[in-house]
Design a protein. Structure first.
Length: 340
């Protein structure tokens, strides 16, 4: 059954519909248990939920997005999606060539896997000879070509779904380089979603793609949430100034990543990374810092550039921004649904 993981999404959807038409329900696709009104700590909820999908309200200050880049989703973030949307809201810029998004993709172009993971001494890692697209969080797995293949397949399927005729080239929207056509598409997607939320509010549903999804990083009694599905959604909500967002936790690994269990992570047990290197990645993402070579790597709005090839120590966490309010719940089908 492992081969199913590499099938195109339309094949998986067809298989799912055929199974469900015969009266069966695939457990991973069950609607989430709505616990947004629960006052319990998310860590306790996740430990008790076991394999059941649950829906929780999470403060945006605790969210990290764009994968291994781990940008905070607060008001002062350097997240390129959020910056591009704020720029649009303030100046009406819709031209990709003039946007914050282009600055990001032109400047964030990791040379190898070790640099992309953010290891402080990348030259000492064997991952210096591997593609950034092969990288994955150490609690998910170890660097492998299969992860690159999945990213490229996802990129191609998204382009096709959005009417962009794109070759199967080495593009991944989390990092550069990105073609002008694909960059312009991403900016259009973000603006459409921003406008939809502005006019209709944020509409979620219990459908398979009706929520943003993520997993918890746990360090002692603190947590952060790394967004998995819903990169555009969380950024549009952050740009609108919301304080909390509903996140669906799917109940399967790695829904709960506990720092103290580092020696059990696949990336460590495989020998791809040492336990210290894996913790380095965990702590960087938990604090919302970017890889050292890319922490301040593209121009501010005033045009200055703060690129640093190596940063010796991470600074303080990004300040928490002001927020407007919490999201109301809705059982309606989302008009602003997208993936990722």
């Amino acid at each position: 059954m492992k081969i199913a993981r590499y099938l195109p999404s339309w094949v998986k959807q067809y298989f799912q519909s055929e199974v469900e038409s015969r009266g069966y329900v695939i457990p991973r696709d069950l609607p989430p248990v709505d616990l947004r009104e629960l006052s319990s700590h998310p860590i306790d909820v996740m430990k008790r939920a076991k394999q059941s999908p649950v829906l929780l309200n999470i403060p945006l200050t605790h969210c990290r997005a764009l994968g291994l880049m781990a940008y905070p989703c607060n008001g002062e973030t350097r997240h390129p999606f959020i910056r591009a949307l704020k720029e649009y809201a303030q100046s009406g810029i819709e031209d990709y060539q003039l946007s914050e998004l282009k600055k990001y993709y032109d400047n964030v172009q990791p040379n190898n896997g070790a640099e992309y993971l953010g290891l402080k001494d990348p030259q000492a890692s064997r991952l210096v000879n591997q593609s950034p697209l092969c990288m994955v969080e150490p609690w998910i797995g170890s660097a492998a070509e299969k992860y690159k293949a999945r990213k490229l397949q996802t990129t191609w399927e998204e382009a096709r779904a959005n009417g962009l005729k794109q070759e199967r080239n080495l593009e991944w929207i989390f990092i550069g380089p990105l073609s002008e056509a694909r960059g312009a598409l991403e900016l259009r997607r973000l603006i459409r979603l921003y406008q939809s939320i502005q006019t209709k509010g944020y509409l979620r549903s219990d459908d398979i793609d009706g929520d943003m999804t993520g997993f918890l990083l746990v360090r002692e009694d603190e947590f952060r949430v790394v967004i998995n599905r819903g990169q555009h959604r969380v950024c549009a909500l952050a740009a609108h100034g919301y304080a909390t967002v509903p996140i669906r936790f799917l109940g399967r690994a790695p829904s709960l990543v506990i720092r103290d269990e580092v020696k059990q992570w696949p990336g460590v047990t495989s020998g791809s990374l040492s336990a210290d290197e894996a913790l380095e990645i965990f702590d960087r993402m938990f604090e919302g810092h970017q890889p050292p070579a890319y922490r301040h790597c593209y121009p501010d709005r005033n045009g200055s550039t703060e690129k640093a090839a190596v940063i010796q120590a991470f600074g303080p966490a990004a300040p928490r921004g002001a927020a407007r309010g919490s999201l109301p719940g809705s059982a309606k089908r989302p008009a602003d649904r997208e993936n990722p």
